[in-house]
Design a protein around this ligand. Structure first.
Ligand SMILES: Nc1ncnc2c1ncn2[C@@H]1O[C@H](COP(=O)(O)OP(=O)(O)O)[C@@H](O)[C@H]1O
Ligand SMILES: [Mg+2]
Length: 192
């Protein structure tokens, strides 16, 4: 097993089988349990790593290894406006599905390391701190993140509407949690 990353709450290893083992640090049983639960709950979607097995005693989760680059790297490297825009739209769709499942991933306003852009899919990792909420804010938090990136996105030709003009659509979305209100929101953020 090869150590590939040190997380805040875990160590990450790549196995000979080409899978990932996330081993939680001592005392973090709840985080371990939470991540297992959410990966199970979302196992029908390809935007989470496949869960292969878990070991309660060792607090280890064996999951699919996701090849690709994280959102931060992606925004550093990619120059193609349409590709960037498509990735942003897909992330919104995933946030919407999470909202529908009443799972708040947390830190979607700072998701750069936890969104992996793979060749053919986008994958969210690290669910150990997710919370079940009646009014989850994944979409809302990702909007916040985009506004933090406003200048960078503008350089790529993606212009965001003034935030003050978008707030009413954010509120409407958070009231309705519908596809329509999400589309209205996106139309108003990106002016199309
Ligand atoms: N399934 C995976 N596939 C590929 N890389 C992963 C996977 N899980 C974790 N990593 C890598 O390990 C890092 C830390 O994982 P993370 O789940 O965020 O740990 P922690 O919750 O302890 O901070 C990630 O930023 C990523 O680079
Ligand atoms: Mg974490």
């Amino acid at each position: 097993m090869k150590h590939i990353a040190k997380g805040w709450h875990s160590e990450i290893y790549l196995t000979e089988r080409g899978t990932v083992i996330k081993r939680f640090k001592e005392g973090l049983y709840r985080n371990f349990e939470k991540e297992v639960r959410i990966l199970k709950q979302l196992s029908n979607y390809d935007f989470v790593p496949k869960l292969f097995s878990f070991n309660n005693e060792k607090m280890e989760i064996e999951m699919e290894y996701i090849r690709g680059i994280n959102l931060r790297e992606f925004l550093r490297r990619e120059r193609d406006r349409d590709k960037i825009f498509n990735v942003i739209k897909k992330i919104f769709e995933i946030c919407f599905i999470l909202d529908k499942h009443k799972i708040q991933k947390e830190e979607m306003n700072n998701p750069e390391k936890h969104i992996i852009i793979s060749d053919d899919r986008i994958v969210f990792i690290d669910f150990e701190r997710a919370v079940e909420k009646n009014r989850p804010s994944n979409v809302t938090q990702f909007v916040e993140y985009l506004y933090k990136k406003k200048e960078v996105l503008e350089k790529f030709g993606i212009k965001l509407n003034e935030k003050s003009k978008v707030i009413e659509y954010l509120k409407k979305y958070k009231k309705e949690y519908t596809k329509e209100s999400l589309e209205d929101l996106l139309r108003n953020i990106f002016n199309f």
